[in-house]
Design a protein around this ligand. Structure first.
Ligand code: GAR
Length: 226
């Protein structure tokens, strides 16, 4: 059976895109990345995709209506016979009409443990809230921003002394592990929708939660409370 053709949609750096490209280049990966598409011509990820020999396209979003943008997007995806979309730092909200066309076939990665911290500035907000666990989520896309059924999550500790950038780096490392796995499950038909929830095949379910254990230094005797 031929592998589903995936388009990765980016707006910037493209480190998650690179992780997906590297995974998809391995033998046995159940999806082919057939296109990397950006809504910004200057997205650094486009150069990386070109260097990896993956077809790229730019569909500009600036200065156009959503309808115009999405009409060209749909045409470009159709020309490239795309079957699955993977949003990877794609910072443009898609309309309910577009999302409906891709129900169950469009993934997004978000840098928080949803439903906590949807939207922007997730690491700063996690630090401000004082949470002890933070992380990332891969979910199916529905019209509500960052609201779709969760496919996989990875948790990281928030450590004393963390800044936005140290926390972002710890989460990003997990994003690069989690997204290739979640895309592989979807491409292999191992994710199904049950009402508002995504159910991952039983033999993979353990992998749908990755939670590296925090390394704590034991308290010294003089730090312990009596
Ligand atoms: C990633 O951290 C991704 O989770 C986030 O943008 C970054 C893109 O980095 N996405 C969102 O915030 C979407 N709401 P990348 O371009 O290096 O993959």
């Amino acid at each position: 059976m031929s592998k589903p053709r995936v388009a990765i949609l980016i707006s910037g750096r493209g480190s998650n895109m690179t992780a997906l490209l590297e995974a998809a280049a391995r033998p046995g990966y159940p999806a082919t990345v057939a296109l990397v598409l950006s809504n910004k011509a200057e997205a650094a990820g486009l150069e990386r995709a070109n260097a990896a020999g993956i077809p790229t396209a730019v569909v500009a979003s600036k200065g156009r209506t959503r309808a115009e943008f999405e009409a060209e997007l749909t045409a470009t995806l159709a020309q490239n016979r795309i079957e699955i979309l993977a949003l990877a730092g794609f910072m443009r909200v898609l309309t309910a009409e577009f999302v409906a066309i891709w129900t169950g076939r469009m993934l997004n990665i978000h840098p928080s443990l949803l439903p906590a911290f949807p939207g922007l500035d997730t690491h700063a907000r996690a630090l401000a809230a004082g949470v002890r666990l933070h992380g990332c989520t891969v979910h199916l896309v529905t019209p509500g921003v960052d609201e779709g059924p969760i496919v996989a999550q990875s948790a990281v500790p928030v450590l004393a002394g963390d800044t936005e950038s140290t926390l972002a780096a710890r989460v990003l490392e997990q994003e690069h592990r989690l997204y290739p796995a979640a895309l592989a499950w979807l491409a292999a038909g191992q994710v199904r929708l049950e009402g508002a929830r995504a159910v991952v095949a039983a033999n993979l379910a353990a992998g749908a939660l990755a939670n590296p254990l925090p390394q704590f230094a034991p308290l010294r005797r003089d730090e312990q409370t009596p």
